[in-house]
Ligand binder design. Sequence first.
Ligand code: XIL
Length: 383
Amino acid sequence: MRPNSPAPSRRQALGLGLAAGALSGFPAFAATGPSLASLARDKGLQFGSAVGAGPVGALTGSFEDRRYRQILAEECGLLVPENELKWYVVRAAGPASFAFERADRIAAFAKANGQALRGHTLLWHHPQWFPAWIKTHDFGAQPKLAAAALLTEHITTLCQRYPQMISWDVVNETVDPADGSVRNTVLSDILGREPTLDLAFHTARAAAPKARLVYNDYMSWEVGNEKHRYGVLKLLEGFRKRGTPVDALGVQAHIGAENADSFTGFGKPQEQEWRAFLDEATGMGYDLLVTEFDVHDKGLVYDFAPRDAAVAAYAKGYFDLMLSYRQTKEVLAWGMVDKYSWLQGQWPRQDGKAKRPTLYDDNYQPKPLREAVAAALKAAPAR
Ligand code: XIL
């Protein structure tokens, strides 16, 4: 336990048997000095991570691992459920029911540890990410009314159940990177594309008046993201023109190898273009969030030392840039321990070996990437 961690929440957590620490018999972490949460707090930022309450031992089940929970308790001031608030989990059983058990467990842990919570995501507006039943759902004789009711009920129910959310990814990934257009879904086929997105934000504002409302997407600084960035700016501009209540742009920050990249290493950053993009977004009055940070090391050498060093250096440059914007208010890693990273299940390395995309290794030890994030937070201007 670091000396600067809040004692009461720590005691509460241990009392609930939710966090592990010295009492659990695990050694203290090798990370020395202040936690990432406190380094962030010193600069007026929040630092945290995603955590998944999927099955024990699964890639999505980090929350079931006591040592993972210990890292969350030590390092994070903010948590986000990785999948537990998505339609395909919450509404898996059909239009008449909501399944909150998994998200509730994460929310209880955050509360016991004095951590803030953010919500992901009220509308992953992409046809792939809805529950299967919606494709054949009968919207009846007045489909516009029924579709609007389904969406507003969903958003209102989630917002009201978790009034503690400091921010919500209201709409996720609706810009098609191929041409910058807004994607079509079952809902937008009935309601229209922009009206669907606007309805989501207006509903969230009414049901979660204190939360920061976010448009979240994975446009990034690597070559090949040009059309994606352009489409996102167009979308953000449209929100402003129509008076849609959107407070921030969530920059997912899955940096490193392009998802469909060759095996030659990191995607080449376009720093100037990226700054221009962030300038445009902040110029429209949007705050920035780093919502899903990890470094895809698909194309790097196998050896740990050079691989970890390259990952850390790439991330340091990225964070120095992102944190130079005082509009950047929250920073979240998409997982804290390599073996639970979603990237292990996607886009395999050529050598078939495990990836090292997160701040802690599979022995729960901090890596150079953790120090890079700490160094960037220390160097960041206060906001
Ligand atoms: C990923 C999760 O990490 C996986 O467990 C799940 O199978 C698919 O979704 N962008 C997002 C996140 O907005 O919700 C995604 O999370 C990663 C990419």
